[in-house]
Design a protein around this ligand. Structure first.
Ligand SMILES: Cc1cc2nc3c(=O)[nH]c(=O)nc-3n(C[C@H](O)[C@H](O)[C@H](O)COP(=O)(O)OP(=O)(O)OC[C@H]3O[C@@H](n4cnc5c(N)ncnc54)[C@H](O)[C@@H]3O)c2cc1C
Length: 419
């Protein structure tokens, strides 16, 4: 990777211009670099700082298939020692005693997924790019002018650099500039809910079990992290969905008051619990781009779709976009096709549309079904949970969905090499 600190005017020519160097843009650059497809990645943030980033209280659940993707692009190897496997998932509905129990042994030996801390994942991604000279990184910088025509894409950056590419990928998150530039509208709605995220330390071992409790304000998830020391199993990540009207009050609580509120929702199965590190709040909503492509342009990750974290699928969906797009582009390159050609990009769109729509609908439906205290609805959903629990084939199908193993999977998600 070459980090461009020069502010001189200069021209570079690459295969793909990636705007946005978050998890999704970074992973795409790494996947393409592994197949000798060159890229330039532009981000408004100072990505070089991630090397020294420390624990910040944020973590992600990465599905089994995306662990394979990260392995295939050479990132997981630097990360594995800092992750925690998710062996079981227990889903319960408020105070109801009925719960749905997913045990990873019902589908084989592999864990259902892995918990990865934000700062470790960012660092591993960045180190992978540093080891490659097929990626040029411009950060902090921004695209000031973007021209897409039948011949290619040319971008002028704030720093004065000029980039020519055959394709531009919008990986620049919810407020995507690339999407807006192409005039692509979004459909979106908010949930009147916010996600409060933090890390807790606890007395008892979590035994690598993830819990999701459906409380009336929304889901409350407890996800196992690597312990401190690693074998202690004494750290977990919380994603607490709360009514947006109440979140300023919750965020304003002092440390002791906040811990007491957490304990009240968590119960005592993990023993004594204390909050470790900062808390964050994110407004929750659903958003999707009405089109995923335009002339010599495609969208990936949150720029294409952002959803409720109820099933921990946002980043996982973005990584699935990466696996599909990388395969489409690398295959086109091998066949001597123009990677910015409409037919090539249409293959990516066809591949991703169904999966994206299904997951957006599923997360939206689940959130609406469970985030309330309406008696008959509660009864119906509790019967539903109990029924799924007693139907092994249905249960296994849900598990394989959560693990990212269902559908027409790109090679990287099947654990195969891209080239
Ligand atoms: C509370 C909460 C919990 C979550 N938990 C999970 C989970 O457990 N598992 C999971 O799979 N997902 C989870 N998600 C979703 C996940 O955080 C996102 O889906 C994921 O981070 C999206 O990655 P991205 O790279 O597409 O976008 P982003 O992470 O938003 O990255 C976009 C990048 O683009 C850059 N950028 C923005 N504008 C420009 C511009 N104009 N020019 C250049 N660069 C630009 C930004 O600096 C940033 O680096 C959660 C979300 C929330 C809110």
């Amino acid at each position: 990777m070459m980090i461009d600190h020069s502010r001189n005017q200069h021209h570079i020519k690459v295969d793909v211009l990636i705007v946005g160097g978050g998890f999704v843009g970074n992973t795409l650059a790494a996947a393409l670099a592994g197949a000798s497809v060159s890229s330039a990645m532009v981000d408004t943030a100072d990505l070089g700082q991630v090397i020294n980033a420390e624990f910040d209280g944020r973590s992600f659940a990465v599905s089994l298939s995306n662990k394979r993707l990260l392995e295939g692009v050479g990132i997981w190897q630097d990360l594995a020692a800092q992750t925690a496997p998710i062996l079981d998932i227990r889903i319960s509905d408020g105070p109801s005693l009925m719960f749905l129990h997913y045990d990873h042994r019902e589908t084989g030996d592999d864990p259902m997924g892995f918990m990865v801390e934000n700062h470790y994942l960012r660092r591993a991604l960045y180190l992978r790019l540093q080891a490659s000279d097929a990626v040029r990184v411009f950060a902090p910088d921004r695209v000031e002018r973007l021209i897409r025509d039948q011949h290619g894409v040319s971008a002028t950056l704030q720093s004065g650099a000029k980039i020519w590419a055959r394709l531009v990928v919008g990986a620049d998150g919810r407020d995507s500039m690339v999407r807006a530039d192409a005039g692509i509208a979004t459909t979106k709605w908010t949930y009147n809910q916010s996600g409060i995220v933090c890390t807790v330390r606890h007395e008892r071992h979590h035994n690598f079990i993830a819990h999701e409790r459906f409380l009336s304000a929304g889901p409350f998830a407890i996800l196992p992290l690597q312990g401190d020391p690693p074998e202690a199993g004494n750290r977990s990540s919380l994603v607490w969905t709360e009514n947006s009207v109440l979140t300023p009050t919750v965020m304003g609580l002092n440390e002791d008051e906040f811990r007491d509120e957490v304990r009240q929702r968590l119960g005592d199965f993990l023993g004594e619990v204390n909050v470790a590190g900062p808390r964050y709040v994110f407004p929750l909503g659903l958003q999707f781009a009405q089109r995923l492509m335009d002339r010599r342009m495609v969208l990936v990750g949150d720029a294409a779709h952002a959803m409720h974290p109820i099933a921990g699928q946002g980043l996982n969906m973005g990584l699935r976009d990466v696996a599909a797009l990388a395969e489409v582009l690398v295959d086109a390159e091998r066949l001597g096709q123009d990677i910015g050609d409409e037919q090539v990009l249409a293959r990516y769109v066809r591949w991703r549309r169904f999966d994206n729509t299904l997951m957006l609908a599923a997360t939206d439906g689940l959130n609406r079904l469970f985030s309330n205290d309406v008696g008959p609805l509660r009864l119906a959903r509790d019967f539903g949970l109990a029924a799924i629990n007693r139907l092994p084939p249905v249960k296994r199908l849900f598990m394989r969905h959560a693990m990212g193993l269902v559908g027409d999977l790109p090679r990287l998600l099947r654990g195969e090499r891209l080239v």
